[in-house]
Design a binder for this molecule. Structure first.
Ligand code: S3P
Length: 167
């Protein structure tokens, strides 16, 4: 598919494991625009993995880097945020005030948990399912408030159709 007439900026938001990177790269391909992953860029800039950043510099420094990355994004691209981007009011306001289309990827909790349960993500390691569910519940209101589109499936084609749908 060639570049559509509506070149656009898209934020993908949602909890860890919701498929922001997987769906984002497919969606970007369909739209023929770049795919940008916040965590990957932070890792490249810092020459450290996210886990090492958490361990060596702490979560608050990671959050500062995440905010800088979010605020430096200004391109027609699909931008995958980290699941915790909504932890900062500053980030939420920035996303809300942007012209981008904000898509919340929201599969079922069972799917999310299945995808993250064995992951080495710093906020997953050592946490029980109940603790992770509590974290998800504390964030989902914010994901919901920010989103223009809520997508629960796993097909980039179907998501694209939802984006194109008027209203
Ligand atoms: C985080 C999610 C991660 C990453 C970091 C913190 C979070 O990104 O930014 O480990 O607070 O939920 P993904 O949502 O891409 O896993």
């Amino acid at each position: 598919m060639g570049r559509p007439f509506f070149i656009m900026q898209i934020y993908l938001i949602g909890f860890m494991g919701c498929g922001k990177s997987f769906m984002g790269s497919k969606l970007a391909k369909l739209l023929d625009i770049p795919f940008i992953d916040s965590d990957t860029l932070i890792e490249k800039d810092m020459k450290m993995s996210i886990s090492v950043i958490f361990r060596k510099l702490g979560e608050s420094e990671f959050r500062r880097l995440e905010t800088n990355m979010l605020m430096s994004f200004n391109a027609d691209a699909v931008f995958a945020t980290g699941g915790g981007v909504v932890e900062s009011i500053e980030n939420c306001n920035f996303i809300k005030d942007s012209k981008a289309i904000v898509i919340w990827l929201n599969p079922t909790w069972a799917n999310l948990y299945q995808r993250i349960r064995n992951s080495a993500r710093p906020l997953v390691k050592g946490r029980t399912e109940t603790e992770l569910k509590t974290l998800f519940n504390s964030r989902k209101v914010k994901y919901s408030e920010l989103s223009d589109i809520i997508y629960t499936g796993s097909s980039a084609q179907e998501l694209l159709a939802q984006i194109k749908k008027p209203g």
